[in-house]
Design a protein. Structure first.
Length: 407
């Protein structure tokens, strides 16, 4: 590993092809300073980044490639979205999206190793592909990056060049829980038993569920993202004592990042492991907890598009939904507000492609619609009567009739 300054990036850029593809971690681990330095030296380039935050280069000449859009890539006019589950996403790097440069954000070296800190996800695969292709790996070394155990611990010789920075990591926006969300959290928690394994990610619904689950005991966490919800449950004593919680990334508050530093309870693995549906299905009593943008009367879930415009992506939702449905005693739960911006989130038909379909149950502040093992007429009736907002139920019944549903 050779230490260089930002002004020495010209040496690396000179070796890159025209319009190179640069693979970088996303979320709170995005190495903004290093990406900005590269952007100033490149006219045109491709950024492969999952959940790119605000502040990433998004100008003309920068093409965003991703399996999950973040606030930064949504700002771009040139986004190439790959509709793949997270468990398969690393294969893109050895097929249609081979990197020309891999950029990491790590801790400084400790005993000749570094940690990728709060995001492993596809980056372990990216380093392996870089070594096979003989392309450089550049790391942004940051003492504010927490040291986490798992697949993100690398020998320092895996890094060719390193730039030292000392900057705060990127936190997620804080979540405010209203009464409806707290009610949704209670309904979710009511379906979880002591000893279950839960997948609980980031956002309002997971945070609300975590608040309601604080009184549970001996829960285990196996997830894609570990958020403040995981920290909340750990501090409340809701988790199995001394048992590691597993994920492929951390995203949340700066307090979460500090809590994760050298925390033996936190283990970050590559997403091929955490999101593998076969691995998930082998976990008895696995419960996946997801939110959505809309659910239609056929039990189809849209968690990725607003109309026809891609907003986020498939990410881990299909992996965990499929795994949960095949786990012994498992459940796939979809929880959401019954209306948003004056419109019903329970709809006759989705406004765009489905992310997945037929979860165990759909939950809103109004109640729970059990969908598993019900025919399509009964599914629609339960969604209308038990989860839809009362203001929209009659309209939904009319739509159901037009679709040939008897409810």
């Amino acid at each position: 590993m050779r230490l260089i300054g930002i002004d020495e990036l010209d040496e690396i850029v000179a070796t890159l092809p025209e319009c190179p593809r640069i693979v970088a971690p996303g979320g709170g681990a995005t190495p903004l300073e290093l990406l900005d330095g590269l952007d100033r030296r490149l006219d045109r380039w491709r950024l492969f980044c999952i959940n790119a935050p605000r502040g990433v280069p998004a100008r003309d000449g920068v093409t965003h490639e991703t399996v999950f859009l973040g606030p930064g890539s949504r700002r771009s006019d040139d986004v190439h979205y790959f509709p793949m589950p997270m468990s398969s996403a690393p294969m893109l790097l050895s097929t249609s999206c081979p990197p020309d440069l891999v950029v990491l954000h790590t801790t400084p070296s400790r005993n000749r190793v570094v940690s990728m800190g709060i995001e492993v996800q596809i980056m372990a695969a990216a380093v392996e592909v870089a070594k096979k292709r003989g392309i450089p790996v550049v790391a942004q070394l940051n003492p504010q990056m927490p040291f986490t155990r798992g697949d993100g611990v690398l020998p320092e010789e895996a890094i060719d060049f390193a730039v030292e920075v000392d900057v705060p990591l990127i936190p997620a926006d804080p979540v405010i829980l209203d009464d409806d969300l707290l009610r949704i959290g209670e309904l979710v928690a009511g379906r979880v038993r002591n000893g279950n394994v839960i997948q609980i990610g980031i956002g309002k619904v997971p945070d609300a569920a975590a608040q309601a689950l604080r009184g549970h005991r001996n829960l285990r966490i196996w997830s894609g993202i570990l958020s403040d919800a995981a920290m909340t449950l750990d501090r409340a004593g809701a988790l199995v004592p001394h048992r590691q919680m597993s994920g492929s990334s951390l995203l949340g508050s700066l307090e979460l990042y500090a809590w994760a530093d050298e925390n033996p309870r936190v283990r970050l693995l590559r997403c091929e492991k955490t999101n593998n549906p076969a691995t998930v299905s082998a976990l008895d009593g696995f419960i996946s907890i997801h939110s959505a943008l809309e659910v239609d009367l056929f039990g189809r879930v849209n968690a990725s598009r607003i109309g026809l415009k891609i907003y986020s992506g498939t990410a881990g939702s299909t992996d965990f939904q499929f795994g949960a449905m095949h786990s012994r005693g498992g459940q796939s739960l979809v929880a959401l507000h019954s209306r948003h911006a004056g419109s019903s989130t329970i709809v006759g038909g989705l406004s765009g492609p489905a992310t997945y379909a037929q979860p165990t149950a759909v939950i809103t502040e109004n109640g729970v619609a059990e969908l598993l093992f019900r025919d399509e007429d009964e599914q629609a009736r339960r969604l209308i009567e038990q989860t839809a907002h009362p203001d929209f139920r009659e309209e939904l019944r009319e739509q159901a009739g037009r679709f040939g549903l008897r409810c």
